[in-house]
Design a protein around this ligand. Structure first.
Ligand code: ATP
Ligand code: MG
Length: 246
């Protein structure tokens, strides 16, 4: 059985078809990217997978069970971090445990642990406005993974960071997510960035518009770590560019 099945998902706003018959799967251990032009419906598709909105047709299944509302096994990382400025970092991370029935004391312990895991030792009690963009996104990721989800959805998680910060965070996120003490077994990331998709993904879902549909699902069969300057890497980048522009 697949971990996640997006099966024939269409989405209409009134008469306007935003997404047409999107189908792809994410298996255990897979890093999947959704890439496509601006406005093609990537964020909408991610929100459907999260159970935040319902598809007009088709369905999304987690381990064979249809997703009709947000479930604890799936969590979300936002492009703009979405931290609450009046809460410190550990309190922001505890929001990820708001639906959990564990004690306040245990919540605090878990939140502190995960903040250290994402590289924020020493900043547990700082407020978001004291952090750089990269650090804010680390808090955003900590909040999403503290509840130990199986699937992590990320909507352009690195796109509001400068390229050097983004590159460092990409590497850290990948290593962290793949570490064996991490419960996340699959990541679905929306991106505009072709190199980012090739660097991180096992599978790239290339979307086109309008309405948005899945143009091609490309398996990235390249070892890791990946060298951006290798011929193999450049070939993948060119293939994705071609798919996006023709
Ligand atoms: N509530 C809404 N009412 C009307 N149109 C909407 C609404 N929400 C989204 N749309 C339209 O749906 C389309 C898809 O939007 P969406 O935000 O999912 O695209 P996207 O691929 O994530 O774009 P971007 O890359 O710019 O983030 C867009 O054309 C947008 O204008
Ligand atoms: Mg979007």
């Amino acid at each position: 059985m697949n971990l996640l099945d997006v099966a024939g998902v269409s989405y209409f706003i009134g008469d306007l078809e935003i997404i047409k018959d999107a189908t792809f799967k994410a298996n255990d251990g897979e890093f999947v990217s959704l890439i496509g032009p601006s406005g093609c419906g990537k964020s909408t598709l991610l929100r459907i997978i999260a159970g935040l909105i319902r598809p007009t047709k088709g369905k999304v299944m987690y381990l064979g069970k249809e997703i009709v509302e947000p479930i604890p096994e799936i969590s979300f990382v936002f492009q703009d971090f979405a931290l609450l400025p009046w809460l410190n970092n550990v309190e922001n991370v505890e929001i990820g445990l708001s639906r959990s029935s564990i004690s306040e004391e245990e919540k605090r312990k878990k939140a502190l642990e995960i903040l250290r895991h994402v590289g924020l030792s020493g900043f547990e009690y700082a407020y978001p406005n004291a952090l750089s963009g990269g650090m804010k996104q680390r808090v955003g990721i900590a909040r999403a993974i503290v509840s130990e989800p199986k699937i992590l959805l990320m909507d352009e998680p690195f796109s509001s960071l400068d390229e050097l910060t983004a590159e460092a965070l990409r590497k850290d996120v990948y290593t962290m997510l793949k570490s064996k003490d991490n419960p996340v077994s699959s990541v679905i990331m929306v991106t505009h960035n072709v190199e980012e998709a090739v660097e991180l993904s096992d599978k790239i879902v290339v979307m086109a518009q309008k309405p948005s549909y899945v143009k091609k699902i490309l398996e990235v069969k390249m070892g890791r770590p990946r060298n951006k300057y290798s011929k193999e890497f450049r070939d993948y980048v060119n293939t994705v560019y071609k798919l996006l522009t023709t």
